[in-house]
Design a binder for this molecule. Structure first.
Ligand SMILES: CC/C=C\C/C=C\C/C=C\C/C=C/C(=O)SCCNC(=O)CCNC(=O)[C@H](O)C(C)(C)COP(=O)(O)OP(=O)(O)OC[C@H]1O[C@@H](n2cnc3c(N)ncnc32)[C@H](O)[C@@H]1OP(=O)(O)O
Length: 281
């Protein structure tokens, strides 16, 4: 801990906060003293899957960054192969009702916090970004991805119905016919394919380059009044956030019914078994 703090100061960066779990820091926040840009790093081994605690940590870190008058947020991963593997599937399997309610509410709140952030947001996608991993990247205003990875929402492939706010994440980045085809096919895109359809804005050859491109994007708002920018962004994005802003309980109820249905639980069992068996071969 001390060693990494020393390194951060040497780089001219301030460590703003760490969200702690029992055994590790789920998120790390560093603020560049020169640019005022905060880097929010997902740090939940092995694959940054989003369980309740991880989503709470992400939401709290974003709120803390906003409260500290940073100039922007770059979302990235400490794992150089996986940006995020999406929702933690163990949270969905035979869930205990109270925890499932808390988990789904946290997903709603985390998404709203990122999607409607007052600050410019960018994702340095330095690994695979699957399902909610892709949703988080799509909720940012700008995306830079490294080559050789994959990104997409493959929910329909394994029996998930995609909730409306997740559809809207895609719709705020991609044209409707592209969204429709991608979601119905459960399409996972390579970095090159993602660039071709403008799911990502740029490709970078290293994490450092990706962070630097994200910082340049955030820097492009230097002349904009931050309050006017934030309110205009909210106005532009409010329509897609409407379901969750106005009727979070209805969305929650629908999702819980679906998640606890035998249809969903059976396909989840099969999917998890396939995922685990990959490592036993
Ligand atoms: C009206 C309808 C309402 C509601 C519908 C309800 C729900 C639908 C909602 C939203 C849509 C879905 C959202 C999601 O985010 S679901 C998550 C989907 N994610 C995935 O399918 C990713 C699966 N993982 C992978 O493909 C690979 O792990 C990955 C490419 C990310 C990395 O590969 P790598 O070879 O580096 O690692 P692995 O050996 O595969 O994994 C290590 C370890 O981690 C476990 N693992 C991986 N991903 C998850 C996960 N998402 N949740 C839990 N656990 C995960 C994996 O099994 C390995 O475990 P072990 O074998 O024990 O070491």
């Amino acid at each position: 801990m001390l060693r990494s703090q020393t390194k951060l100061f040497a780089l001219g960066k301030r460590q703003l906060c760490r969200s702690m779990s029992k055994s590790c820091d789920l998120t790390l926040v560093e603020v560049d003293d020169k640019t005022g840009i905060a880097t929010l790093t997902m740090n939940k081994p092995p694959v940054n899957s989003c369980n309740l605690e991880m989503m709470r940590a992400l939401k709290d870190s974003m709120k803390q960054i906003e409260g500290n008058k940073s100039r922007g947020i770059i979302l990235t991963s400490s794992n150089n192969k996986v940006f995020s593997s999406g929702l933690d599937l163990n949270e969905l399997r035979n869930p205990e009702q109270e925890r499932l309610v808390a988990f789904w509410k946290e997903l709603q709140e985390m998404w709203l916090t990122l999607y409607l952030s007052n600050l410019p947001t960018a994702a340095a996608i330095n690994g695979h970004a699957l399902a909610v991993g892709c949703v988080m990247a799509s909720a940012c205003e700008y995306r830079v991805m490294l080559p050789g990875f994959t990104i997409g929402i493959h929910a329909t492939k394994f029996g998930y119905v995609v909730p409306p706010f997740i559809v809207n994440s895609y719709l705020s980045v991609l044209p409707r016919p592209v969204v429709e085809r991608a979601l119905l096919q459960g399409k996972i895109f390579s970095t090159d394919e993602a660039q071709q359809i403008n799911l990502i804005d740029e490709v970078a050859n290293s994490k450092e380059e990706a962070l630097s491109k994200c910082a340049s994007f955030i820097g492009s708002f230097a002349e904009a009044n931050p309050v006017a920018r934030a309110l205009t962004k909210r106005q532009l994005r409010a329509e897609f956030a409407r379901t969750l802003l106005d009727e979070p309980e209805a969305e929650l109820k629908e999702s819980l019914e679906y998640i606890t249905s035998p249809l969903f639980q059976d396909s989840l069992d099969a999917y998890l078994a396939k995922l685990k068996s990959k490592n036993k071969k």
